[in-house]
Design a protein around this ligand. Structure first.
Ligand SMILES: Cc1cc2nc3c(=O)[nH]c(=O)nc-3n(C[C@H](O)[C@H](O)[C@H](O)COP(=O)(O)OP(=O)(O)OC[C@H]3O[C@@H](n4cnc5c(N)ncnc54)[C@H](O)[C@@H]3O)c2cc1C
Length: 537
């Protein structure tokens, strides 16, 4: 099939650059675009440099054979009413971005041969859990209380990242986020203090794939963040996830900035300990004293910065405290019938072999033929009220499952589309395995699939610039979340960080990181009136 691609952004050529920029952003994911758009509001002319052929990072979509798929967005929470999250999206997109609600049952968990689910709305979520687990009312209510406690703690945790080190030391005694003892505790430990019902714990943790760590490995803070995020249901960006970047870019352009694609940055230039600009893959140098990297911490410190600068500032040692998150497989399915005809739900499916998620991961890592520890199935064309207009008479499905990067390491230095027969055969085998999960849950799709293709961790590296096919940047362990150096500020003057490694993964996590990075650059005093304007609307 002939590929056709959704491309947004302006193709990079050195001669297309403006003579001067106030800031350079490396990477056009949600973190980079948010930072660029907010800085534009302060009059900054921002140059966003994206190595891929289209802007958006993990929010980009692609088309092939008359179908369209998203690569890193299946649902966003907290945008159904005028929440702060929604207001920030509205501001960045100048109201262009619209949201479509999923079904009230937004997540369904197949746990062995049992089925549980999550429904939208705090009270409905609670009542639904109580219905599924009669006798566990007290544990469920206490769990919801813990989620509320975490809310305030997470805001303080985020704001702490904007402070300069001396300010952080001064503020430490007042920081309430240091108080909740559960913040960095292991999710399973916290939950097992509430109940010993393993099915209830499994249902509460049924979204663990949203941050990439099963409950015995993840920090409760991240579990709570995800659970709170989706408490009022899931929403899909009308028109597809690529609309996120497309609707934000005009704000950057209005201030004289631009988002360039095919614009791989090769080096961050450092002279006398300070950032002076970037060197592009074509060797062209762009001078700028303010460089913001949203390319991920590993890329920034291990690939882009000169080694001497990393060693001299102590980052080399600190990099050992963080690790990439799990890698994944994607299956992109096209069907020659509409979502309605096929009865596809606006509900995500999470399929687990049994209720011990950590054990399932271990079993899979020990034996590649063991069941996938989680298989996630999403129905984007069903969720998008606009899909039919763009691709009449068709429907799409996306499947995501974990896969160790080691399985694909041997193809590290190969080129996309030219990785050889062994690679294709391996992909085909994995694709067939994952398609069985789909047919098992929706047998009506048998014989209706027109096309499907499989992405691997090497595809993630190729298109998104990562190095270990990581789904969510750095792994969300308690150890990672405790790292003070993971924040917008760096010890290299002129270099700032943003994106999912600064705060947490997720489109909203990256967006909030963009907000924090802007605040760190312009200062809290200048940022406060802008936030007031955004949030009071
Ligand atoms: C399969 C999958 C499903 C997901 N589902 C959801 C979901 O349903 N809801 C949700 O909220 N989140 C979801 N996420 C997570 C979410 O998409 C990410 O956490 C978030 O988009 C990350 O944004 P970011 O800006 O930090 O990074 P990215 O989006 O990764 O952006 C970084 C950008 O930097 C570019 N780059 C890297 N190196 C260079 C370089 N040297 N020069 C120039 N550019 C460079 C990359 O090409 C990339 O575009 C999902 C992720 C995946 C992978």
């Amino acid at each position: 099939m002939k590929p056709r691609t959704l491309r947004i952004g302006y193709r990079y050529r050195a001669r297309r650059l403006a003579p001067e920029y106030d800031a350079i952003v490396i990477g056009s994911g949600m973190g980079g675009l948010t930072t660029a758009a907010l800085l534009s509001e302060f009059g900054f002319r921002v140059c966003v440099l994206e190595q891929h052929y289209t802007a958006g990072g993990y929010t980009h979509s692609y088309e092939r054979g008359g179908y369209e798929w998203d690569v890193g967005v299946h649902y966003i929470g907290d945008v159904g009413t005028r929440t702060r999250t929604r207001k920030m999206f509205d501001f960045l997109s100048e109201g262009r971005l619209k949201w479509a609600p999923m079904d009230a049952e937004y997540d369904r968990f197949y746990v062995g041969d049992k089925v549980f689910n999550a429904v939208a709305g705090k009270q409905a979520f609670r009542d639904n859990l109580v219905r599924q687990f009669p006798g566990e009312e007290q544990a469920i209510d206490r769990y919801l209380e813990l989620l509320s406690e975490m809310g305030a703690a997470m805001s303080a945790y985020a704001m702490d990242k904007v402070l300069k080190p001396w300010q952080r030391t001064l503020a430490a005694p007042f920081m309430s986020w240091r108080k909740p003892k559960n913040l960095f505790r292991n999710t399973y430990t916290v939950l097992s203090e509430l109940t010993d019902n393993q099915d209830l714990i499994a249902t509460i943790c049924g979204q663990w794939g949203d941050m990439g760590l099963p409950p015995k490995q993840s920090a409760f803070m991240v579990h709570a963040m995800i659970a709170r995020h989706y408490l009022y249901g899931g929403f899909y960006p009308v028109g597809g996830s690529w609309r996120i970047a497309e609707s934000i870019i005009p704000r950057i352009q209005k201030a004289g900035g631009e988002v360039f694609t095919y614009a791989g940055v090769q080096k961050i230039l450092v002279e006398e300990g300070k950032v002076t600009g970037v060197e592009m893959a074509d060797g062209h140098r762009i001078e700028c004293a303010c460089v913001i990297s949203s390319a991920g911490v590993e890329n920034t410190f291990e690939r882009l910065l000169p080694k001497e600068a990393v060693t001299a500032t102590g980052y080399e040692r600190q990099l050992g405290t963080v690790h990439p998150s799990m890698a994944h497989l994607g299956v992109y399915v096209g069907l020659k019938h509409t979502a309605e005809e096929l009865d596809l739900p606006k509900t995500n499916f999470w399929i687990y072999p049994h209720n011990d998620y950590d054990a399932a991961v271990d079993e899979f890592l020990a034996d590649a033929d063991a069941p996938f520890p989680v298989v996630y199935i999403s129905f984007p064309s069903a969720k998008d009220p606009d899909y039919e207009k763009r691709h009449p008479g068709t429907a799409t499905v996306e499947i995501v499952a974990p896969a160790p990067y080691a399985w694909f390491e041997q193809w590290t230095d190969t080129t996309w589309g030219k990785r050889g027969d062994d690679y294709e055969a391996f992909k085909a085998e994995l694709g067939e395995r994952l398609m069985q999960y789909l047919y098992d849950k929706l047998p009506q799709l048998k014989g209706k699939v027109d096309y499907y293709e499989v992405s691997t961790p090497q595809s993630t590296n190729w298109f998104s610039g990562y190095r270990h096919g990581e789904l969510y940047g750095l792994d969300h362990t308690a150890q990672r979340l405790r790292q003070d150096w993971l924040g917008p500020r760096t010890r290299i003057p002129g270099l700032w960080l943003t994106g999912q490694d600064v705060l947490t993964c997720g489109v909203t996590g990256a967006m909030m990181a963009g907000m924090l990075t802007t605040m760190a650059i312009v200062g809290v005093r200048r940022m406060a009136p802008l936030l007031k304007r955004i949030y009071s609307n």
